[in-house]
Write a protein that binds this ligand. Structure first.
Ligand SMILES: [Mg+2]
Length: 265
């Protein structure tokens, strides 16, 4: 699907926001709020972005959910704002004011995931730069610092490891990261829909911004809302496009300014 520059469609977005009874704003973290960095442990939120998210979350008609592939604890620490809704591990764990979710299938697969992480750490120990990260409910194998010629080998190892328990795990490929997730019928889009239901407001407009393949589940699930793919233009289920985390920040300022102009929310 060819998507449209969000900048060119702000008037229609403004009209939908003003007509909504409530706005649920879903934001991915890496590559959406924070630029992608070589070492994922170094990713951080700028103070400016943190401030504008705080300002949006303080508006009564807006709920903000951070939806990340990182563990809930990790992403909550990096965003550092109390009172938001946080969905970690691609939505398998959710926590926020008055709401809490932990996916039962993912919990059951925890022990097997631990074995898989140990096997991969051992199996990939000879490959420089690879990072195996057990996030308790899902597992990431980061390849950003792996030589290009070794990346295929890493992928084959991940495939072989997950194939030991094919009914338990599936692999998704992100931006130089392989994600091993439990076979739960749950993803970032399900998480957003669940959060929407828990908030329980009438006439809620959902906005969702993300940059990676796992965000496509949310774009498809939330097609009735406003979906924004961040990064280079590419094939996506999102309706709109923004080019970078800096553009996302500008959009968030604009969204907050709608409220200051006296519109709804
Ligand atoms: Mg991302």
């Amino acid at each position: 699907m060819v998507n449209h520059s969000l900048h060119e469609h702000l008037p229609s977005v403004a009209a939908r926001v003003r007509n909504a009874g409530h706005v649920l704003l879903g934001l991915d973290f890496d590559g959406t709020l924070s630029p992608i960095v070589e070492d994922p442990s170094k990713a951080e939120l700028s103070l400016e972005t943190q401030d504008i998210i705080k300002a949006l979350a303080a508006i009564p008609g807006i709920s903000v959910a951070i939806v990340s592939g990182r563990s809930l604890q990790d992403v909550r620490g990096r965003v550092g704002i109390d009172g938001l809704i946080y969905a970690g591990n691609h939505g398998l764990e959710i926590h926020g004011p008055g709401l809490s979710y932990l996916d039962p299938t993912a919990v059951k697969a925890r022990r097997a995931l631990g074995w898989l992480a140990a096997a991969l750490t051992k199996g990939l120990s000879q490959i420089t730069g690879v990072i195996v990260e057990n996030k308790s409910l899902t597992l990431s194998v980061h390849c950003r610092q792996v030589a290009i010629e070794d990346r295929e080998t890493v992928f084959r190892h991940v495939q072989a490891a997950a194939a030991v328990a094919p009914d338990c795990f599936r692999i998704s490929v992100g931006k130089l990261v392989y994600e091993v997730c439990p076979q739960a019928h749950w993803h970032k889009g399900s998480a957003m829909r669940w959060i929407d239901g828990q908030i329980g407001r009438q006439n809620t407009l959902t906005l969702y911004l993300g940059d990676d393949r796992t965000d496509e589940d949310a774009f498809r699930t939330l097609a009735h809302g406003i979906t924004v793919k961040v990064g280079e233009p590419c094939e996506t289920a999102a309706t709109y496009h923004l080019d970078s985390p800096a553009s996302v920040r500008e959009f968030l300022y604009w969204l907050a300014s709608l409220n200051q102009q006296g519109g709804q929310p």
